[in-house]
Design a protein around this ligand. Structure first.
Ligand code: PMV
Length: 369
């Protein structure tokens, strides 16, 4: 079923334009980054995905966003002041500012607000862990919290996370999956009731317990800004010769992933994740113009992981985001064995010896009133 959330929220936004006379508030949320097993790549207008995707939230890699607000004398806002990890940051600040102007379509009261926004990450910036996902998810959760506090009585307080997911999506597509802990699906998928292109759907309830403690160790091949941004990569999927085939493959892989996640077969999950990761990079390489984000070290790491799996039968595999860094995926039961492998065989390929250890996370948390 495809729910038309946009019309629902535009309708709901009517009548919210005038704020209570004395408006002052302070809210804060912490939200996780996430890693996709089935990848979103390419989009239609309005941050609607070209294909559905499925990810799990991370536990350690999170962003905390706090928002303090007060009323402006006229609706000329939102006026924002932004600090990233304590310092002014015009690149992120401009992106948040643009985002809030767009979100004001659904939350007209934002135009009457001055907002002081601060954010901080627990993980290094540009490390292959998506800070845009965790940042927009945390900010969207703050916005829904503010809306609820100003206008909606607790009795009407339903669909809090669904609305946050809808709003987070407008900032960064994958952010819509970060308002939930565990596993989340984004994109209309036949056979999955409640799935929609407009927001993510939590699917943790149907997942085999073995996958709820799954590990993700990120081998940092290159820190720093990547050569081609994800936005540009999504854009290059318009008119891509493999676009249709990719949509069909992703739909099929969502079904396969859900079956595996319910069944608990670890080795099937890692091979599916690898197929998805390499497809993502194949799409980048075959774009017009094509580009390559993997580095020689990325391939060395992939080969070592595959050799370990072939030699030992251990269910260890990898996924890649739109970058050179390798996310090593494995079950908690073999953690000490894989940590040893990471240190002795993969660390040599990292920049600065960096490997970030993470795992499936519990999801966002309200960290301020
Ligand atoms: O949400 P964006 O626009 O940063 O794109 C994310 C795309 C991938 O990370 C490569 C895949 C995904 O589904 O998260």
């Amino acid at each position: 079923m495809n729910i038309d959330l946009q019309s629902e929220y535009l309708t709901a936004a009517k009548g919210l334009a005038s704020l209570p006379a004395h408006t002052e508030f302070s809210v804060a949320w912490t939200a996780p980054s996430n890693i996709a097993l089935v990848k979103y790549w390419g989009k239609k207008t309005g941050q609607i995905p070209a294909n559905p995707s499925l990810s799990f939230a991370l536990e350690e890699s999170v962003t905390r966003v706090s928002v303090e607000g007060s009323r402006l004398s006229s609706p000329t806002g939102p006026l924002i002041e932004y600090y990233f990890e304590g310092g002014a940051n015009s690149r992120f600040g401009d992106r948040f500012g643009k985002y809030l102007k767009e979100v004001a379509r659904f939350m007209p009261f934002l135009r009457s607000l001055r907002l002081l926004i601060r954010s901080e990450n627990t993980f290094p910036h540009s490390s292959g862990i998506a800070s845009s996902a965790s940042s927009f998810a945390a900010l969207a959760l703050c916005l829904v919290q503010i809306e609820r506090a100003l206008f909606v009585s607790p009795a009407e307080d339903r669909d809090f996370f669904r609305k946050a997911s809808f709003l987070a999506r407008l900032g960064s597509g994958s952010a819509c999956r970060s308002v939930y802990g565990g596993y989340a699906l984004w994109g209309a998928t036949s056979g999955i009731d409640g799935s929609t292109d407009e927001a993510a759907l939590p699917v943790t309830g149907s997942i085999h317990p073995g996958f709820l403690t799954w590990r993700d160790s990120v081998v940092i091949i290159r820190a720093g800004q990547k050569a081609v941004s994800s936005s540009e990569g999504h854009r290059l999927m318009n008119g891509h010769p493999f676009r249709k085939a990719r949509q069909a493959q992703a739909l099929l892989n969502i079904g396969r992933a859900m079956d595996i996640l319910q069944g608990g077969e670890a080795e099937h999950l890692v091979t599916l994740a690898e197929e998805e990761a390499l497809t993502l990079h194949a799409l980048m390489m075959s774009s017009q113009p094509g580009y390559l984000l993997m580095k020689p070290e990325t391939l060395h790491v992939i080969e070592r992981i595959r050799s370990l799996r072939a030699d030992t039968g251990l269910p260890v595999g990898f996924t890649l985001d739109a970058g050179a860094n390798v996310h090593v995926l494995y079950p908690a039961a073999i953690e000490s064995r894989i940590r040893l492998f990471l240190d002795t065989e993969l660390k040599v390929f990292t920049e600065n010896g960096q490997i970030i250890h993470d795992r499936v996370g519990q999801g966002p948390e309200k960290t301020g009133i």
